[in-house]
Design a protein around this ligand. Structure first.
Ligand SMILES: *[C@@H]1O[C@H](CO)[C@@H](O)[C@H](O)[C@H]1NC(C)=O
Ligand SMILES: *[C@@H]1O[C@H](CO)[C@@H](O)[C@H](O)[C@H]1NC(C)=O
Length: 208
């Protein structure tokens, strides 16, 4: 009995250690429609090079209040990525711009600095921070599921290209998940020691 339990626990850790997008079973499977959640494949005889190229991140996207613009290129916007287990993001920062603390539940990220100087880091589950200023050409890895953040500390615009080991890494921004959601206000006030006035200020800032 004991042996079986140990085997089961081991098996669980082995499966957990290898958790990632499934391996493809075909050369490719271009998702038929970007918003088709069933992800049926486009008939491969109709595939063209356009299915495997993407031109939507030549320029930065719209900047948010925090001086940040992120354009996630996952299988929903680039159907050719479907089943290939990877995706990417272009992120641009105004001077002083901030990518708020966030995490990707389904992927590790490698972020390459294309331009500028970016204070960049993550926090592990012991709340230890690993952070430094990265310059153009440098790379940082953000382990899967860990909270990470970036800020442009140079005197010009900054740009990064992030790559993910999932076709759909997901992104959860900490302030928005906490203050921009419908969590009961009383709970948030108690959890964070906030007055209702302080909370409503945060809710206003991070809703939507
Ligand atoms: C998704 O694809 C399936 C199979 O081709 C089709 O039946 C369905 O209508 C599509 N759904 C959408 C929302 O395009
Ligand atoms: C794919 O397209 C080809 C050529 O139009 C056609 O002969 C074939 O039946 C199609 N396959 C499927 C599964 O629809």
């Amino acid at each position: 009995m004991k042996k079986v339990a140990v085997m089961l626990i081991l098996l669980f850790f082995i499966i957990a250690a290898f958790a990632s997008d499934p391996d493809p079973v075909m050369d490719y499977c271009i998702a038929k429609s970007p918003d088709n959640k069933s992800f049926t494949c486009k008939n491969s005889s109709k595939a063209t090079v356009e299915d495997f190229t993407f031109s939507g991140i030549k320029l930065p996207g719209n900047f948010k209040e925090t001086g940040f613009s992120g354009m996630a290129v996952n299988s929903n916007v680039f159907p050719g990525l479907n089943t290939l287990g990877m995706s990417f993001v272009r992120a641009d920062f105004d001077v002083g711009g901030v990518n708020v603390p966030h995490f990707h539940p389904r992927a590790t990220e490698v972020a390459f600095v294309l331009e500028g100087k970016i204070y960049s880091g993550f926090v592990d589950t012991k709340n230890k921070v690993f952070a430094k200023v990265l310059e153009k050409g440098e790379v940082m890895v953000f382990p899967r599921g860990l909270v990470h953040f970036q800020m442009n500390v140079g005197d010009g615009p900054a740009t990064i290209l992030g790559s993910f080991d999932s076709q759909n890494p997901g992104a959860q921004k900490i302030p928005n998940a906490i203050f921009g959601s419908d969590i009961k206000e009383e709970l948030l006030e108690k959890a964070f020691g906030l007055s209702s006035k302080e909370l409503s200020k945060l809710k206003k800032r991070f809703s939507s």
